[in-house]
Write a protein that binds this ligand. Structure first.
Ligand code: ADP
Ligand code: MG
Length: 682
């Protein structure tokens, strides 16, 4: 960077120590920082016609003063100034609070320009700015910055303007010429200028376009560099599986693989065999058949003489997986064992010993798998299911139970493509985007809580057919803070409602695992027909005879979670139903319910979820590693993200990138970030 721009802010005329302190609060220390502190929005001073102004919109209009302004004081400093204004053929009211001095500038029949918020119901503008005469602003757009300390918008605009006059010409280009040309991007100097002093909306758009691309390119370069580093520095195991055995196993499955499963199996096998370590994400909607892919992968590793591990987030899921894997694999002489924290004492010691001796081929379990006492003889392949529920650290510990085992992360929460390539940019991604044939899509309805009686009648209709139902509640027990349904109360109510006809079970996270176990068993053997539960049944649980799901207070769940829950039904050949009981107040909440009734496609839902919630909230937690961008927006700018990703991938592989002067700045950025030494991004 040009050293002139690296100077402290106080080099700028008018910025003293005190102002510099306010800037420091905003993490602006140098002239460069200031010049690249961009507005978060723009005040639009273009004159508008009343006919196309929306309720609540902020507008600037010109009008003729119709009558003598009225000024009312209340309290010492508080006042309200009201006038009537002719705007075209409309007569509207304009109100100014606490600016009594404006009164003298308002002369009957003269034109004034006001800026403020339009209230369509009251036909009133609550204004904060006024000029006598027609609009005299030279700029239609004025930047608005997010500010701290004693800084004001006016002051900020002034400082930026001085800074740009004094130092703007020192701004150096950071993007390589070929990309500027290829995408017709503004050069950096002009883009900075346009961000702060746009003449119109188009200027802002062009400036943004440049910075969005630059941010994404840098980000993707780091991801790609990291990926290259990981690949080159993590020699994996070459697993020479027995193809004949594998084919026999696949041929003896009770169903043919879908095309998507077959493709993913091939991707997994190719990587098991390669000398590089697998670091792959497998995405597949609920019910798309990931388990069998996992089984094939694990089995192939076993035929190559290694052990496999499958880690899942809950005990129920672990138990189900162990069941299905045993059915599939034991006929082929593969020994599968379960390890959870409820397996104790002698049994536990036995399993651990057999594992260490290599007698157990595949270990399935919860977090119990990553405890110190667990040692494998020759761990070759690690799979985690519902990977986003595990932290980075837990995944690492599991991986380190072996020497560079291949790792596959499975998830049924379809991650929007945009997030997948950012958050998991350093991984390879496989997608099962096809459902096994013959699956009926689940019919989803949105009902108001008042319709509960009818909903229960509907549930009963399914029960009469011999089917079963899930009833999901957000809470376990009553809460003083939240007015939502809790499983314990609903269980009591429904036990009464269905008495002598159907048995109602209760399931939630506070039951002991023995209790959970027995409830789940009763439900899967149809001794219990109605299961009232919290979201603990969210992942994995498989009871194909259940065809009905009712979700209480559905507005409290995100789209992805609702979709996960809904995936508990529709697992058999019968038509299944999902009823969302909800009366969401917000538009977004209503939109969510509508989307749920309209699509069964997890990928579409996840894109919508991302749109409605924003990337930061998508995974709920900070650890998710969703990067923050200054200008770019992952949802709306995703095309640029893909372009940048392709460019970055190309650059990282090319000779010129590492040598040519045009790429110097980008190379320096990579060096500073530490990714070239394999350091993870923040
Ligand atoms: P998920 O991806 O949600 O983990 P599962 O692996 O549990 O899905 O599979 C859901 C159901 O679909 C299981 O009952 C499984 O046996 C069945 N299944 C998986 N693959 C196929 C297939 N190719 N054809 C028919 N049924 C399949
Ligand atoms: Mg599964």
């Amino acid at each position: 960077m040009n050293p002139n721009l690296n100077q402290s802010l106080t080099a700028i005329r008018g910025i003293g120590e005190e102002t510099a302190e306010s800037f420091a609060e905003m993490k602006i220390f140098t002239i460069h920082d200031l010049l690249e502190y961009f507005p978060y929005r723009y005040e639009d001073y273009r004159i508008r016609e009343m006919t196309d102004v929306q309720h609540d919109e902020k507008v600037t209009i010109e009008g003729k003063v119709h009558s003598e302004p009225s000024l009312v004081y209340y309290g010492k400093k508080k006042s309200k100034l009201t006038i009537r204004l002719f705007v075209g053929s409309y007569l509207i009211k304009v109100v100014f609070f606490n600016q009594p001095y404006l009164k003298n500038k308002m002369i009957i029949n003269e034109t004034i320009t006001v800026t403020g918020k339009w209230d369509a119901h009251r036909q009133t503008i609550t204004a904060n700015e006024m000029q006598a005469g027609p609009n005299a602003k030279t700029n239609d757009f004025e930047p608005v910055y997010s500010l701290r300390g004693k800084l004001t918008t006016k002051g900020m605009r002034k400082f930026i303007s001085i800074a740009f006059q004094q130092y703007g010409h020192f701004i150096e280009e950071t993007l390589p010429e070929i990309f500027l040309k290829k995408y017709r991007l503004l050069n950096k100097h002009d883009a900075v200028k346009a961000m702060h002093f746009p003449g119109n909306q188009e200027d802002v758009k062009q400036a943004r376009r440049r910075f969005v691309y630059e941010e994404f390119l840098l980000f993707q370069l780091k991801m790609q560099a990291l990926r290259k580093f990981e690949r080159e520095h993590s020699p994996g195991i070459q697993q020479n599986y027995d193809l004949a055995k594998l084919n026999e196993f696949i041929n003896r499955l009770p169903f043919p693989l879908t095309n998507a499963q077959e493709r993913v199996v091939n991707e997994v096998l190719a990587e098991l065999k390669s000398p590089f370590r697998m670091n792959r994400l497998l995405q597949g909607d609920v019910g798309s058949g990931k388990t069998v892919v996992a089984a094939i992968g694990l089995y192939s590793s076993v035929t190559a003489g290694f052990q496999g591990a499958l880690m899942v987030p809950t005990e129920i899921l672990a138990e189900q997986h162990v069941e299905s894997l045993k059915v599939l694999l034991e006929p082929f002489g593969v020994k599968c064992e379960l390890l959870t924290s409820s397996i104790k004492g002698k049994q536990r010691r036995g399993i651990l010993q057999e594992l260490a001796e290599g007698k157990v081929d595949i270990l399935i379990g919860t977090h119990a798998l990553i405890q110190d006492e667990v040692t494998f003889k020759r761990l070759g392949f690690v799979i985690t299911d519902e990977q986003h529920r595990f932290g980075v650290e837990q995944r690492r510990v599991l991986r380190e139970k072996g020497e560079n085992p291949d790792v596959l992360f499975m998830t049924a929460t379809p991650i929007p493509r945009t997030l997948a390539i950012t958050v998991f940019g350093e991984m390879d991604v496989s997608i099962i985007d096809e459902m096994p044939a013959g699956r009926k899509s689940i019919e989803t309805y949105w009902a108001k809580p008042e319709m509960l009686e009818r909903v229960l009648a509907f549930v009963e209709k399914e029960l009469v057919k011999g089917h079963q139902a899930y009833i999901i509640c957000p809470l376990i027990e009553e809460s003083d803070k939240l007015d939502v349904q809790n499983a314990i109360d609903v269980h009591t109510t429904l036990t009464h409602y269905f008495q002598n006809r159907y048995k109602v079970g209760l399931m939630h996270g506070r039951l002991s695992s023995d209790e959970k176990d027995s409830v789940m068993k009763e439900f899967s053997t149809n001794e219990v027909q109605v299961l009232v539960s919290t979201t603990v049944v969210e992942v994995g649980v498989n009871v194909p005879n259940a065809t009905m799901m009712v979700i209480y207070d559905a507005e409290r769940f995100g789209l992805s979670q609702l979709h996960q829950l809904r995936g508990r039904v529709g697992r058999g050949s019968d038509q299944s139903y999902c009823i969302l009981l909800a009366s969401p107040k917000s538009e977004v909440g209503q939109e969510r319910m509508r989307i749920m009734t309209e699509t069964n496609d997890g990928f579409i839902l996840s894109e919508k979820d991302l749109e409605l919630r924003g990337p930061g909230d998508f995974f709920g937690k900070k650890q998710s590693g969703v990067p923050e961008f200054k200008v770019a927006d992952m949802v709306h700018d995703y095309r640029a993200l893909e372009t940048a990703r392709n460019d970055a991938a190309m650059l990282i592989q090319s000779e010129t990138f590492w040598t040519a002067p045009d790429y110097k700045y980008l190379r320096e950025q990579l060096e500073e970030s530490g990714v070239l030494e394999g350091e993870k991004l923040d």
